[in-house]
Write a protein that binds this ligand. Structure first.
Ligand code: FEO
Length: 392
């Protein structure tokens, strides 16, 4: 598969990582892409690069269009290595290229990450870069995903090169949303947002507001497919996710040693479902935490179950809650539950972590010794019904 044209003189020249299954701890069941774009005008401009091992793949696509020594500018929208990793090689092989990046944090982060000693042209919001018939403009989007993040906008063609924002981890031979289909793309966009951007919901809201002032016909992110037919779907989804909108849904997350905490989890889920609430139930032994976090994004209630192990939380539950705390989900209610043997503590410790994650804690005392009996499981069912009453 070669270069792909977005518009006259504008090309996708990125790389497809079909086999990656773990992206710094995020499970990428469908692989990913590293998208780079080439604009051919009086000045030839490369927007972003690819992860270092994929440099050759990017270069082969660029060389279908122009030789490397024709590149005048390389725009680095973000210093993270999945986009900047090929900069040392392309700067070596494209001797006439001038590296352009955000003044605030961009230059410093690129130099520290990649140990670059070349000249860098710093830009700031409102700066313009004339290319000939076209002119690029830049919008800083700090913390989407790093302090150095920015997006590049091409007026006239109305293309937003959005870097991490609006991305998805999908490897595919198709490049556009209308080729792959929303049913395939949106769950991956949601998982991407939940795991990469949920922490920055307020910033997302401000960015969506800021971008609403410019005319956009195409969003070309740095991962996954390019949006050209379903822009409203992804922009309105980002607005909802940024606000922390929730649905009539509860997620029951647990791990278990001898099945007791699992019995409780299933009983709570039964109570929730009996009242018409959508329930998702996940064992942290069976399901990767980044898949669970996707389901947390729009859930109203989180019920977390932990057995007690060595007077503490079960390690998989502790790890999940550590991850959750970092992502700071919005607008959740929840509590914890669990079985113990001789001394409790797992569920109580988990509750403190859940509270620190920003979840509004519902009073409960679902801590049962060894194997829960029918009466105790009935209590779990009733608790599930009570939670349903809080979220419907
Ligand atoms: Fe896709 Fe923050 O890098």
């Amino acid at each position: 598969m070669g270069k792909v044209m977005l518009a006259d003189g504008i090309y996708w020249v990125g790389a497809i990582d079909w086999n990656i299954r773990n992206f710094h701890g995020y499970s990428t069941h469908k692989g990913t892409t590293y998208n780079a774009y080439l604009i051919v005008d009086e000045k030839v401009t490369l927007i972003d690069t690819v992860k270092a091992p994929f440099y050759g793949e990017m270069v082969s696509r660029i060389e279908e269009i122009v030789p490397l020594d024709k590149i005048d500018y390389i725009i680095a929208n973000h210093a993270e290595m999945d986009h900047s990793g090929s900069l040392p090689m392309i700067l070596r092989d494209a001797p006439n290229a001038n590296l352009v990046t955000l003044q605030k944090f961009g230059e410093a982060n690129l130099r520290k990450n990649l140990h670059l000693d070349c000249d860098i042209t710093p830009i700031k919001e409102g700066d313009e870069l004339p290319l000939g018939k076209r002119t690029l403009t830049f919008v800083p989007t700090p913390m989407l995903h790093w302090p150095d993040s920015m997006v590049t906008y091409l007026p006239g063609d109305n293309i937003l090169f959005s870097n991490d924002a609006f991305g998805q981890h999908i490897a595919s031979s198709q490049r556009f949303d209308d080729e792959l289909g929303l049913d395939t793309i949106m769950p991956e966009a949601e998982k991407y947002y939940a795991n990469i951007l949920m922490l920055f919901g307020d910033l997302i809201t401000r960015t969506v507001d800021k971008l609403s002032g410019i005319e956009i016909d195409m969003i070309a992110p740095s991962h996954g497919i390019i949006w050209r037919s379903h822009l409203e779907a992804i922009i309105s989804a980002y607005a909802a996710w940024g606000r922390g909108d929730t649905s009539n849904k509860a997620v029951v997350i647990y791990d278990t040693m001898w099945g007791s905490t699992e019995k409780m989890a299933r009983a709570i889920a039964e109570g929730l479902a009996s009242e018409g609430v959508e329930v998702k139930l996940y064992s942290l032994t069976s399901t990767d935490r980044s898949d669970v976090i996707k389901e947390v994004l729009d859930a109203r209630a989180l019920l977390v179950g932990s057995p007690t192990l060595n007077n503490g939380m079960f390690p998989s539950v502790a790890g999940f809650l550590c991850y959750l705390k970092g992502l700071k989900p919005k607008n959740k209610i929840g509590t914890t539950f669990g079985s113990y043997g001789w001394a409790g503590g797992g569920a109580q410790l988990a509750r403190a972590e859940l509270e620190q994650a920003g979840v509004e804690i519902i009073d409960s005392n679902l801590n049962f010794k060894f194997v829960p009996d029918k009466e105790e499981l009935d209590e779990c069912v009733e608790f599930g019904k009570a939670i349903a009453g809080r979220i419907k």
